[in-house]
Design a protein. Structure first.
Length: 113
């Protein structure tokens, strides 16, 4: 995988024999402890066919930790959802329950809209 041509699209050819193309490695942010996280729990109805979803935003950390927190919330609430792009989406309007669960887990959570 060191010489993947797709990663080098748009690179100008070099005549230097010692040239090595280096890609930028994306480093994940280090996950903050729960007490330092500032999570906002809100509701969203846009582009969802009239359905309501609960959004948890403001998570700072890696994708694995976000998915783990999402899994805990979904199992405690008994609903579906997803975790991506730093947001947790829970199907339905569970703002108050999500805030109380997050506070029990030690997170600094507050209710948004």
């Amino acid at each position: 995988m060191e010489n993947d041509w797709k990663a080098r699209l748009g690179v100008v050819y070099s005549t230097n024999p010692d040239f090595e193309y280096k890609t930028e490695s994306s480093l994940e942010a280090e996950t903050l402890p729960p007490g330092k996280q500032r999570l906002i729990v809100g509701i969203d109805r846009r582009n969802r066919g009239g359905k309501q979803v609960t959004l948890v935003t403001g998570f700072v950390g890696g994708a694995d930790d976000l998915k783990e927190l999402s899994r805990v919330l979904k199992t405690k609430l008994g609903v579906g959802g997803s975790a991506k792009d730093g947001e947790i989406t829970i199907q339905g309007d569970f703002r108050d329950k999500v805030v109380s669960i997050l506070q029990q887990l030690g997170y600094n959570a507050k209710r948004g809209n």
